[in-house]
Write a protein that binds this ligand. Structure first.
Ligand code: ASP
Length: 345
């Protein structure tokens, strides 16, 4: 690996547990001044990088997040793109998988690392996982070979692993290894050395100007089906006026009940130009509606396969495509294709 000195990294702090510190007087966790990051994590100085911090004000618990935050993030990255080798975004873990997915669609022609990280314990606590996460995320954001960044993607770094952001899900609310990427290999693993999985990382072949997409349409719904779901629940959700698209979380390989009333509701919704995307409730694996009769019936009703997309990526991909105001047939076509490596086809 190349000499890493003289690299400049922008660290954007949006909020979340990582930036908290115990107030010695009150004993309560409160955000600390992020401009003091070098004092909190003095190890960072040893990289010799130019580390510039930008803190959101007010900072947010990521459970309060909305697409405005994604728009602000991509605007900051666009504005500062030429000044930095890479970007590290400190973010709460609760919705980090949504944000990383969103940025992967909103930053077109990205050719620099954008690494999300956070922690399960505040950086100011003794057993924090935040220091290691932050230090490694900064190292990865700066890593280059022959002048090319090693991970020019939107990623999540957490607990020794680097993931493609739009493939992740938060699956553990307690352990340090909070994230998984069940349908895509790790992009890197940090042990004694950081080992990059070059074959899994997307490297752009041509240099194009970074283009940001800032129109998102949030008129969507997520419907998780369950044994015993009744007609009125299904009918109500499928017929909300403003809702243009429904992410249907189905069983196994994309299966759902074949009762006539169920299929009729789906058919009627499709006839009313609702877009229905089939995503599996399983943590790993893909929708394949041609495998069982219970899937095939959905396909016949006009439901679209989400393949092995996560619900998180499906939600923001839908907002992103609806934001383009395309004709419904084009929307349906694009939703089934990979835009930023979020599905395997
Ligand atoms: N609720 C916090 C957040 O997502 C949890 C965390 O930071 O991990 O902002």
């Amino acid at each position: 690996m190349e000499e890493l000195r003289n690299k400049s990294i922008l660290i954007i702090y949006t909020g979340g547990t990582i930036g908290m510190k115990k107030n010695p007087e009150t004993g309560v966790l409160a955000p600390f001044d992020f401009n003091q990051i070098m004092n909190e994590v003095p190890e960072l100085k040893r990289f010799g990088f130019d580390l510039i911090t930008y803190s959101f004000s007010p900072i947010i618990d990521s459970s309060n997040l909305n697409p405005e935050v994604w728009i602000k993030l991509v605007q900051i990255i666009k504005e500062k793109y030429d000044d930095f080798n890479g970007f590290v975004i400190l973010h709460g873990t609760d919705t980090m998988a949504y944000s990383a997915s969103a940025l992967s669609f909103m930053l077109e022609n990205l050719d620099k690392p954008v690494i999300f990280t956070g922690s399960q314990l505040p950086i100011g606590t003794l057993r924090t996982d935040g220091k290691e996460n932050l230090i490694s995320a900064v190292e990865i954001a700066a890593a280059e070979q022959n002048g090319q960044p090693l991970t020019p993607e939107v990623c999540i770094y957490f607990e020794n692993k680097l993931f493609r952001g739009n493939r992740t899900t938060k699956y553990n609310a307690e352990h340090f290894n909070a994230f998984e990427s069940p349908n895509y290999p790790y992009l890197a693993q940090a042990g004694i050395n950081i080992k990059y999985n070059y074959g899994a990382i997307h490297y752009p072949t041509t240099k194009k100007e970074l283009h940001i997409h800032t129109q998102l349409n949030t008129n969507i719904a997520v419907l998780k089906i369950f044994p015993g779901i009744n007609k009125s629940t299904l009918h109500t959700i499928l017929n909300i006026d403003d809702v243009k698209a429904i992410i249907l979380e189905t069983f196994g390989a994309g299966n759902a009940p074949t009762d006539k009333w169920f299929l009729d509701e789906i058919k009627n919704a499709v006839a009313k130009d609702k877009i229905i995307l089939n995503v599996t409730q399983c943590l790993a694996g893909s929708v394949d509606m041609s495998k069982y009769e219970t899937g095939l019936e959905l396909l016949k009703c006009g439901v679209i396969s989400g393949y092995d997309i996560t619900t998180e990526a499906a939600v923001v991909k839908m907002m992103y495509i609806l934001g383009k105001n395309l004709a419904i047939e084009d929307t349906k076509l694009i939703i089934g294709q990979s835009i930023s490596g979020e599905i395997t086809q």
